[in-house]
Design a binder for this molecule. Structure first.
Ligand code: Q9C
Ligand code: ZN
Length: 557
């Protein structure tokens, strides 16, 4: 399962024919330079190369009005003066006699990519196109965009492939207001955009680009805007936005396809964006998206005006699509205060619509943890969601009845099964993680770390039964993920059984990730079928390449 690269040389034909400093940055070299770099690095050759086709007028009609399509068709026959006059009727747009052809190729490229991915010919891909699309509206060109490539691709995926949930990730530095308008009342398309906003003082100066624009009617919560109010946002800010806004919402949405409005004017050096993210960041963002929708990621170029930064960023994205490891992100990875404020404002605005965002900044809802002096919740997952709380005190029977609840469209109520052995989840969390700096009362610590033997055995067996039940449901495809709590003293034994059970019940390869120390290392086969990662474990040495332990400074040895 490979990566498609969709392109057509004809898309370099359109260019600015008069003097306009605002529009001159959208030039043919954007495509030629990026493509040359892909060839130089041997990346183009590793892709399935597809020649873009023109979209039909019926396909353009999925989003645009017939009158607008006719108007753009008419520009083919206009002289330079007439083109300039027409261009002046739109905001930041230029037309060229080849614009109609190029713009139809750009849409066609996006459609071919979606078709290739949904037919299973490739896992993912990139359409290298111009003109870009995300500012274009039903009956208007805007911001260099003529037809809305990604919006049409989403409609096409719904009509021709019967998809019900599509995620659009718009990491271009500008707000794709065109996409937002087209899907604002549509819960089947989740639109996420971050963008330079500066409290409304940056183009396109729209009130509806702010975090409190969350969609309308049935589409409430399916527009997610993350406005950057300062320039200079970098790798840490972008990764934080993914980890704390996009990915929680996207997991809950559970898309069947991810479309990326892949603008690279959000990268360092770009004159429009004035941001600081390095090209490597886009490899990481691409990797993070590939955990969604079975890896079906279709990226379509939007902006990106610094030729060197654009080309490097495109290469990084294609490398990640091909499955190459992402280069490490350099720098301290500390988000800006302004970025955290933005992230917080989106989480507050979207909180009513997404369970996965509801546990933050709401101290009264979280049961205060007796183990952490800062009041930091010991387990966000277990305290935030009402159905998790309900499940916590019940047994396997109640768990399965939860799983049997009718699934709401588009978001299933339970995609994660929870099985807790102890009446209080916190009781069973590893004591050496919770009791840092002796902050917990001594006698309670001892009660958790060394419970009465008979009780411990009983709890451990109950916990093991639930873990195995979860594993079975996951392996037979009924449950996507699960959480189980086991007494700390039984963790290694539970893992032993779970790993063996997983491997003998159909798992080909198993990743086991442990945070903190176990009472003993698990008993592992070393045949490459399980990879053991222990963060905060005892020794730094790798016992084998499949057994990796990474101690953390500050954790008790
Ligand atoms: N200095 C895309 O990136 N000019 N379009 C804004 C602010 C318009 C950008 C002027 C920028 C359009 C696809
Ligand atoms: Zn842009």
């Amino acid at each position: 399962m490979g990566t498609a690269l969709v392109y057509h040389e004809d898309m370099t034909a359109a260019r600015l024919l008069w003097d306009d400093p605002e529009c001159e940055i959208e030039c043919p070299e954007r495509l030629t330079t990026a493509l040359e770099r892909l060839q130089q690095r041997g990346l183009e050759q590793r892709c399935l190369q597809l020649a873009a086709r023109e979209a039909s007028e019926a396909e353009l009609g999925l989003v645009h009005s017939p009158e607008y399509v006719a108007l753009v068709r008419g520009t083919q026959a206009l002289g330079t003066g007439e083109l300039q006059t027409l261009s002046g009727q739109y905001d930041a747009v230029y037309f060229h006699p080849s614009t109609f052809h190029c713009a139809r190729l750009a849409v066609g490229a996006a459609l071919q990519l979606v078709d290739a991915v949904l037919a299973g010919a490739v896992r993912n891909g990139l359409a290298l196109v111009r003109p870009p699309g995300h500012h274009s509206q039903r009956a208007a060109a805007n911001g260099f965009c003529v037809f809305n490539n990604v919006a049409i691709a989403a409609k096409h995926a719904q009509r021709q492939h019967g998809l019900h949930r599509i995620l659009i990730v718009d990491w271009d530095v500008h707000h794709g207001q065109g996409i937002q308008y087209i899907f604002e009342d549509d819960p089947s398309v989740l639109y996420f955009s971050w963008h330079r906003y500066e409290h409304g003082r940056f183009w396109p100066y729209l009130r509806e680009s702010d975090a409190d624009a969350v969609g309308q009617g049935p589409g409430l919560g399916f527009t997610v805007n993350l406005p950057w109010n300062q320039v200079g946002m970098g790798n840490a800010d972008y990764v934080a936005a993914f980890l704390h806004v996009l990915l929680p919402v996207a997991f809950e949405f559970n898309p069947e396809l991810v479309l990326v409005s892949a603008g690279f004017d959000s990268a360092i050096g770009d004159p429009e964006g004035q941001m600081q993210a390095t090209p490597e960041c886009f490899a990481h963002l691409t990797q993070l998206l590939q955990v969604l929708a079975g890896g079906r990621v279709c990226a379509v170029l939007e902006g990106g005006y610094h030729l060197e930064s654009l080309s490097q960023s495109v290469c990084m994205m294609v490398q990640a699509l091909l499955g190459d490891p992402a280069p490490p992100l350099l720098g301290p990875m500390v988000p800006h205060g302004s970025a955290l404020e933005s992230i917080q404002s989106v989480r507050v605005a979207q909180g009513p619509h997404w369970m996965s965002l509801q546990q933050q900044g709401v101290a009264p809802v979280l049961s205060p943890s007796p183990h952490s002096p800062e009041g930091r919740p010991s387990s966000l997952l277990l305290t935030g969601r009402p159905e998790f709380k309900a499940a916590a005190t019940q047994d396997v029977a109640a768990l399965s009845s939860l799983l049997d609840q009718p699934r709401l469209n588009p978001t299933p109520p339970v995609r994660t099964a929870v099985a807790l052995a102890a009446p209080d989840a916190a009781l069973a969390l590893p004591s050496d993680v919770l009791c840092e700096e002796g902050s917990a009362p001594q006698e309670e610590t001892q009660a958790w770390a060394r419970p009465h033997e008979a009780l411990a055995q009983d709890r451990a067996l109950t916990a093991l039964g639930k873990v195995l039940y979860l594993l079975d449901r996951i392996l037979d495809g009924q449950v996507s993920s699960g959480i189980a709590v086991t007494p700390a003293c039984a963790a290694a034994a539970t893992l032993d059984v779970a790993i063996r059970c997983g491997l003998s019940h159909g798992a080909q390869r198993l990743l086991c990730l442990a945070v903190g120390q176990l009472d003993r290392p698990p008993d592992l086969t070393d045949d490459g079928r399980n990879l053991w990662l222990n963060i905060g474990g005892k020794e730094a040495a790798a016992l084998s390449m499949f057994h990796v332990s990474v101690p953390l400074p500050g954790l008790p040895a």
